[in-house]
Design a protein around this ligand. Sequence first.
Ligand code: KG4
Ligand code: ZN
Length: 344
Amino acid sequence: MADLLVLGIETTCDETAAAVVARAPSGAGHILSNVVRSQIADHLPYGGVVPEIAARAHVEVLDIVIADAMRQAGVGFGDLSAIAAAAGPGLIGGVIVGLTTAKALALATGKPLVAVNHLEAHALTARLTDGVAFPYLLLLVSGGHTQLLAVEDIGRYRRIGTTLDDAVGEAFDKVAKMLSLPYPGGPEVEQQAALGDPDRFSFPRPMMGRREPDFSLSGLKTAVRLEASRLAPLGTQDVADLCASFQAAVVDVICDRVRAAARQFRDLVGIGPTALVVAGGVGANESIRGALQRTAAELGTRIAVPPPALCTDNGAMIAWAGAERLARGLTDPLTLAPRARWPL
Ligand code: KG4
Ligand code: ZN
């Protein structure tokens, strides 16, 4: 059997991305190209993603991004096994642009369409980068999602925990905004935290010690807001110390929730996870990665975190999830509808 060769298209948020990925019959993956065109500059003046601007920007650049991905991979449309696109969840205008483009390409080339759940793509990336075997414990932490899942197989995801309010990335973004740091806030808060004192403020660690592996971050966010307004006007060191103390609280909460999830995983699945996989944009955070590495070791498992460029939104994860589904014979009709909401 020959390798599967899949084009993947990602347009669910503020990155216009396309990639070509190969999957060998052994299950090994290989990225031939991975082109990401960020819209950060378009949204910067508004301090966050504006859905209508995002959709229009995807329309403007998606064909160029796809052409680049195909050229860099050195393949033609005739060489592809399938065309995959994220069909949700996400900002519906953008999802429509990516999915409709994929359908048009599938129709024109006669190749099958694979509709990919964006969250599933984050969940499966570690199989591409680290060859992780099922079942594994997944911590999915992005701007829109915070979930702990038992990943038992393609299409078999059991949610163990979730956030009751803000997503972790969202909390980073909101803290950045209240401290007047630019969007997107996660990387900015991390940079500031590196210059600050994590012990200056003792912020709450919501949900710590609870049996259920859920998250709640709004109380922590409010505590940062109150401290910031108490100190105003903020000096450079205040901002760094607030970021460091906030990040330290997030790290403690995440590690504690992962420990709780690992206990539930054993009860649910019957065996321990082959790995703790971290996915989503927040996985790019070095402090969080480092702390989770220690937690995984404590739990007697290993950690697998895709490199930062594959943790944040990209086309390779969509192409890879498409290839994994295609290998199982899973394709989709051209009538498939895009979905703004699509839980795993
Ligand atoms: O997965 P992703 O690229 O897009 C979504 O599907 O949401 O994640 C973006 C989120 C944003 O909230 C961003 O602030 C956060 O990931 N993020 C970070 C870091 N890099 C990105 N959060 C903390 N530290 C970082 N270094
Ligand atoms: Zn994402």
